[in-house]
Design a protein around this ligand. Structure first.
Ligand SMILES: NC(=O)c1ccc[n+]([C@@H]2O[C@H](COP(=O)([O-])OP(=O)(O)OC[C@H]3O[C@@H](n4cnc5c(N)ncnc54)[C@H](O)[C@@H]3O)[C@@H](O)[C@H]2O)c1
Length: 398
């Protein structure tokens, strides 16, 4: 069989622990037998981040600006315990944070659905993709405790100074908080969402609490509307998709009653909370994919989960694990589909679709990893496989 050729490379970012083991299996068993794989390889393992003083992370992100498509393995974000474990000279920053800052992107999270794992909301027959704004608000707040008798003001200094009373704490003590966001960041968020909706051909919903937050949240609403009218309205109409704004509480109610299938863009805190709710309702973290989309059209695909540390220690002891590779496989297929679309190589897109179908058919016919077997329709016969067996089952179907 002749292998499928790639015109341009995908930026490949290797990672850590159990997901690094899975990464190699995806390439060896599912990709390289069929595709003449062309990647620009960056090793983002913690060991190599230490060796390169984390330069490898920014190099990989900059390569993504050049090649436009990347796929990333899960990586360790160091904490004090990891600094000791890996004898690090510094507590290197989260690679995802570094990459996001360079690509200026928005993260979209989407579940992989299979028949047999019923979402906890039974009407959700299509995936709900959450687009979370990843800058500012409560995550970059300034807050303090206020004693009884004190007054709190919102003070702006500079060319346009102002001073607004927040609250007079005359009768009781309390708390106060300041938040900010940036027009530039909100414009990028809006463009990333509109681009992604076009790329996925799905409706885009956006929601904030603008009736209560008449300046702050309203700014988000206005920027989205301005960008939509000026740059995307025609493209959306041509693609037969819709942009629609509604209040966050109305959106929550509508999402619960919907069949899914939309992209739901939300502010930072709403995204934090809602993405965990949506992920749980759809089943398992191991079935959740994630893509970082920059406003000027760069795409970085990954699994939403971490490096599955507990399984890795078992693997190091020579024990068999049952680690679910679905989100990692779908990160690769996402990257292949985007590469194929940009390079006009439909055979690469078709390969990615066949690989996705092989994964889903394998699971739906009862062969899966342990985490899925625990969630699967109890009336069906299931086989809980170890990691390698599951790869072999997919490979033989493929
Ligand atoms: N995007 C990323 O690169 C990313 C994201 C989250 C965490 N991390 C890193 O991963 C490491 C482990 O973090 P964690 O334990 O909080 O998160 P984790 O996602 O690795 O694991 C969380 C839980 O989900 C289960 N799980 C996750 N993925 C699974 C899979 N594919 N198959 C079976 N079970 C799975 C794990 O067993 C564990 O119980 C940390 O060092 C953290 O910094 C990286």
């Amino acid at each position: 069989m002749t292998k499928i050729e790639m015109k341009n490379p995908i930026v490949e970012m290797d990672g850590d622990e159990m997901t690094r083991v899975i990464w190699q299996l995806v390439k060896d068993k599912l990709i390289c037998p069929f595709v003449n794989l062309k990647t620009e390889y960056y090793d983002l393992s913690l060991i190599n981040r230490e060796a390169t003083k984390d330069k490898v992370t920014s190099d990989a992100a900059n390569a993504t600006l050049k090649h436009h498509v990347a796929v990333k393995c899960a990586t360790i974000t160091p904490n004090a315990q990891r600094v000791e474990e890996y004898n690090l000279s510094e507590m290197w920053k989260s690679p995802n944070g570094t990459i996001r800052a360079i690509l200026d992107g928005t993260v979209f999270r989407a579940p992989v659905l299979v028949k047999g794992v019923t979402p906890l909301v039974p009407t959700w027959t299509s995936p709900i993709i959450i687009a979370r704004h990843a800058y500012g608000d409560v995550y970059k707040n300034v807050e303090r405790r206020v004693e009884q008798g004190d007054k709190a003001y919102l003070v702006v200094e500079g060319k346009n100074p102002s001073k607004d009373l927040i609250f007079d704490f005359a009768d009781t003590a309390g708390v106060v908080q300041g938040q900010h966001n940036l027009d530039k960041s909100i414009y990028s968020f809006a463009r990333s969402c509109f681009n992604f909706a076009l790329s996925e051909k799905k409706d885009l919903w956006f929601s904030t609490k603008d009736t209560i937050s008449k300046k702050y949240d309203h700014r988000f609403k206005d920027i989205f509307q301005e960008v939509y009218d000026a740059e995307y309205k025609e493209k959306f109409e041509k693609a037969g998709i819709e942009y629609f704004y509604t209040l966050i509480d109305d959106a929550v109610a509508r999402v619960m009653r919907s069949n899914g299938g939309m992209i739901w863009a939300i502010k930072n805190y709403d995204g934090d909370v809602m993405s965990d709710m949506v992920a749980t309702a759809f089943g398992s973290l191991a079935m959740m994919t994630s893509v970082l989309v920059s406003p000027d059209g760069n795409y970085e695909y990954e699994a939403a989960h971490g490096t599955v540390t507990r399984h890795y220690y078992r693997y190091l002891r020579g024990e068999k694990t049952s680690t679910n590779p679905v989100a990692t496989i779908f990160a690769w297929t996402g990257a292949f589909k985007k590469r194929g679309e940009l390079d006009l190589t439909p055979e690469l897109v078709a390969f990615a679709e066949k690989l996705e179908k092989a994964v889903i058919d394998t699971i739906e016919s009862g062969y899966m990893t342990k985490d899925l077997a625990a969630l699967f329709d109890k009336s069906k016969k299931t086989h809980a496989l170890n990691t390698e067996e599951f790869f072999d089952a997919i490979a033989s179907r493929l």
